[in-house]
Design a protein around this ligand. Structure first.
Ligand SMILES: [Zn+2]
Length: 684
């Protein structure tokens, strides 16, 4: 089950951890420079707009004017700025590690340095071409029956290639102490079913770009142009059949829809047409007694295709998806084809510098080895202690808030309070960093290291089967500019990467820290009680602990938020889908409300002393809005509205604040102002 994050992972694509047995050589360190200075930057404001007319424009209009979107980015905002700042630190660490030929073989420094160096070594990548993937392509070429294609998808899943049936491991929703093997279907290359099924111009353009991409890749593998084009159309048709059997996104917010524990001995009856023991063996998964079948109807529809369509289409499908999964580790023509296709969702005009892409790659493969060095440099113990103190403050305030709710009954309040008190709080980085001793990183070519890293990760995942849930694991690396709530662990997690300006600084006044990182902390806490999180109890088990009356009252309130967000137009003709963004919108409103109540307890809030012309309360809301200073390309906005549970940044400000009397009072807004909703929603 997904973590409920603060923002889309793609926007925070970065990040990383502790050195087991080795430390990096001591080096002269340049001071870390953050682009955003602590406090409120008045230059970010647009004083020509009234705060009560459009607070987003008022608080961030100046920033937007001064910060056009760089060509290589789909969007540009303060999250990206901090992400790039963190990446600059990682870059320095990696350049040093790559140059240090004296690092002991097998040490984390050797691994991150070599991984990075082989990624940067474009001449070897070009010279080697596709050769390292040839054994995989030969396996696919050797398939002669539908059964062998199915078995091959089990093998491909060990390399991180999503091609048809897949296997995963996750916490048992009903007993979160256990890890359950799960079967998933899918294998579609576009990020949402609607891209296959809708006939608007945008969806048609995405499909056309996808067909071009598939045909290009198959052409690079040696198929002539006409054959590659025909294969691409057949693959699109195959994936469209699977998309038709996939429920729409809004139906997938219900975790119960993904939960069908099935005895292994019954699998052949529930999902006929597959030799399950062979499939599991090929995927390297040991014998288990129970398997979770995530979406049975979707999986069945996928299995039916193995016999319904020609073998050659499946072979082309497997070849394309295998190469696509490694495209960014291959010669330039593959990277360029992948970039051109992704442009349909990003609108980016050029590729990121190679060192940024390689830094991201090391973060993805060896994130906790790189992150360990990062936190040593960028996140001292004092910062961790301050962040934890803020988390504790907000937790106490949310408890008081729940006690005082007029719409929730005493029995539900008691359960909510015990859930809140049971939150696990993870700040900065894991107590114990991941052990990479089983991952061998060699002199290349790069794609070989990528394949090894995927297999290493797959083995780690499979090793969880049959063992108690390890609640110490982290789902993000330390430099990540993001945060999450994980319902099956009932935990809130704040990586070191987000605990820097403009979110957090010991040089900020309380108004700024509470309005910025306080809102992030409150947001993650509130996820424990949103439309998805509220279905899990204090132990992380899916359990309905709400009285029916309280559940109805919650749902009615959340519906008002849905209705509000349905009204926001992202690009002409594309609106936010309230039902899909409600969890995030509720968490924004609840989180900021709790952060504000916590701020009100500080000496600064009680002082009424203005700084830079603004009251403490006004500074709190300015800090919140400035975190969201951002601009996005139209392609990125449309893709976010279709595939991402997070609303656009602008609406996270306007939608949230227009429901908050505290904001309206701080800026003296009146009933008829646009930033004051006639009917204001309040949940927490
Ligand atoms: Zn969130």
């Amino acid at each position: 089950m997904n973590h409920f994050r603060f923002l889309a992972r793609s926007l925070a694509a970065l990040a990383l951890a502790a050195l087991l047995g080795t430390t990096l050589a001591a080096r002269a360190q340049t001071p870390i420079v953050y682009s955003v200075k602590p406090g409120i930057d008045l230059a970010n404001l647009d004083p020509t707009c009234k705060a009560c007319d459009d607070f987003y424009q008022f608080a961030t209009g100046g920033w937007q004017k001064a910060h056009p979107i760089p060509a290589a980015y789909p969007a540009w905002g303060t999250f990206n700025v901090l992400n790039d700042d963190n990446q600059n630190v990682l870059h320095e660490i990696l350049e040093d590690a790559a140059k240090n030929t004296g690092a002991p073989a097998g040490s984390n420094e050797q691994k991150i340095g070599t991984y990075y160096r082989t990624c940067m070594d474009e001449s070897t990548i070009e010279a080697t071409g596709i050769a390292p993937l040839q054994p995989e392509l030969d396996r696919i070429a050797a398939m002669t029956t539908p059964a062998s294609i199915i078995t091959e998808s089990g093998h491909l899943s060990t390399l991180g290639v999503g091609a048809g049936l897949g296997l995963g491991v996750s916490s048992d929703q009903k007993d979160s102490t256990k890890q359950l093997v799960q079967i998933s279907g899918g294998g579609t290359g576009l990020p949402d079913r609607d891209y296959y099924l809708k006939d608007d111009d945008r969806s048609k353009a995405v499909r056309a770009a996808y067909v071009t991409y598939i045909a290009t890749i198959l052409g690079y593998l040696g198929d002539d142009a006409a054959k590659a084009q025909a294969e691409a159309q057949s693959i699109l048709a195959l994936e469209t059949t699977i998309a038709q059997a996939t429920p729409p996104r809004e139906e997938l917010r219900d975790a119960a829809k993904f939960y069908h524990p099935t005895p292994f001995s019954d699998l052949a009856g529930v999902l006929p047409g597959v030799d399950w023991p062979s499939f599991f063996a090929t995927a390297g998964v040991p014998a288990v007694s129970v398997v979770n079948v995530t979406l049975p109807d979707t999986i069945k529809a996928g299995i039916a295709q193995y016999t319904a369509i020609p073998l050659d289409t499946w072979k082309a499908y497997d070849r394309f998806h295998t190469v696509d999964a490694f495209a960014n580790s291959l010669p330039k023509r593959f990277v360029d084809a992948s970039f051109a296709f992704n442009g349909a969702f990003t609108g980016a005009k050029e590729q990121l510098p190679r060192w940024r892409r390689c830094t991201t790659a090391v973060n993805g493969a060896l994130g906790e080895a790189l992150g360990a060095v990062y936190v040593e440099r960028a996140f001292p113990p004092a910062a961790k202690a301050r962040a934890l103190a803020m988390v504790n403050n907000l937790q106490a305030v949310l408890a008081d808030d729940i006690k005082g709710l007029d719409w929730m009954s005493a029995p539900t309040k008691a359960r909510a309070l015990s859930k809140l008190a049971a939150f696990t709080k993870k700040i900065g980085y894991p107590d114990t960093f991941q052990d990479y001793s089983a991952l061998n990183v060699t002199s290349g070519p790069f794609v070989v290291n990528v394949m090894r890293a995927r297999v290493y990760q797959d083995h780690r995942t499979i090793a969880r089967i049959g063992k108690p849930t390890d609640r110490a694991l982290w789902g993000m690396t330390p430099p990540t500019v993001n945060a999450y709530y994980n319902p099956t662990n009932n935990e809130i997690v704040f990586p070191a990467g987000i605990l820097h300006p403009p979110f957090f600084s010991d040089q900020n006044d309380d108004a700024v820290n509470y309005g910025a990182v306080g809102a992030v902390i409150g947001h993650e806490m509130t996820h424990g009680f949103d439309d998805q999180g509220r279905r899990f109890d204090e132990h992380g088990n899916r359990d309905d602990w709400w009285t029916p009356e309280d559940a109805t009252k919650f749902t009615d309130r959340a519906q008002s938020i849905n209705d509000e967000f349905n009204g926001f137009e992202v690009v002409p003709g594309v609106h936010e889908k309230g039902i899909n963004v409600q969890g995030e919108a509720v968490a924004d409103l609840g989180g900021l409300t709790i952060a504000y109540k916590a701020f009100e307890r500080t000496a600064e809030a009680k002082s009424s002393v203005k700084r830079e012309g603004y009251t403490p309360q006004q500074r709190f809301f300015l800090a919140y809005a400035q975190v969201w200073a951002s601009q996005e390309r139209d392609q990125a906005k449309a893709a976010q509205a279709q595939t991402d549970p997070h609303p656009e940044a602008k609406f996270r400000v306007i939608g949230t604040l227009s429901n908050m009397p505290e904001f309206q009072k701080a800026f003296g807004c009146i009933k008829t102002d646009p930033m004051v909703r006639a009917k204001q929603c309040q949940i927490w």
